[in-house]
Design a protein around this ligand. Sequence first.
Ligand code: CP
Ligand code: NVA
Length: 308
Amino acid sequence: MVKKDLLSVYDLSAKEVKSILTESLELKNSKKCLDVFRGKTLGLLLEKPSTRTMVSFAVAMTQLGGTSIFLNVEKMQRSRGESIHDTALVLSHYLDGLMVRAFKHSDVEEFAKYSTIPVINGLTDYEHPCQILADIMTIMELHRIKTVDSLKKIKIVYIGDSNNIANSLLAVAAILGLDLTIISPKEYSTKKEVLNKALKYTPSTGAEIKITSDVDAAKNADVIYTDVWISMGFEAEEKRRKKIFAPYQVNGELLKKVSSKCVVLHCRPAIRGEEITADIMDKYESSIFTEAANRLHAQKAILLHFMK
Ligand code: CP
Ligand code: NVA
């Protein structure tokens, strides 16, 4: 069997996204533990910190009858210069799947190239596909949407840095034909090549994609989604970013524009008082926690799709 990797949301067809979302919701509702991965091990290779992704993947493997192993790059020979090529080949002999969180997207692509086992992107500077699958699942759950096709009537607004989260959200919107507005300051707007890739899908899927720097575009939003202004690896730009992103904060003023059924999402970790105010974080605690909790169910559906 040819192995399949999840490096980008674009590695999935609309049919596959729908199947993962349906399975995630079913797994959550049935609370089932399956025994499909007995004797199998997932490696969790992390170059950057993680709470949700690391733990939800580990627990997902346990609940599917398998096991997982944390691979801290600092403690591996990679930190002394062993190549990705050699590391990937060796790990492929021990493991049945590998989740990688890396600084550079190209490094995860290189792991996939040389591994003979499925490689799953657990976040890079370019995409965070597993997070976004859990987010769409969460939107369906919170808005009580039964079929993926009904998602099209939900206006999703992402506000903040056009980072890995925004890129993956854009990709899923393009593939499923969703209504997505991304609001970012011009300097940190979606890159041309990233947008062009998404726009290739819109004629066939009917996705409504809007990229703007105007916060008024949040009008009538059914979902407001934000993320940190300073992603991991961009700490050197902290001062500049805080100044430029200030008008793009999710706060009471912004939420005056949205629809009455609007929910707020944040992939976390969140910095209260920066991208989102503490009062809004508290007010929408339930939706933001559901989002984090759903990572577990989405990871199980992802593992079943790629490792079974
Ligand atoms: N949202 C998310 O990926 O969280 P972690 O960085 O804790 O994994
Ligand atoms: N954009 C954030 C997401 C963290 C889950 C980062 O890359 O740091």
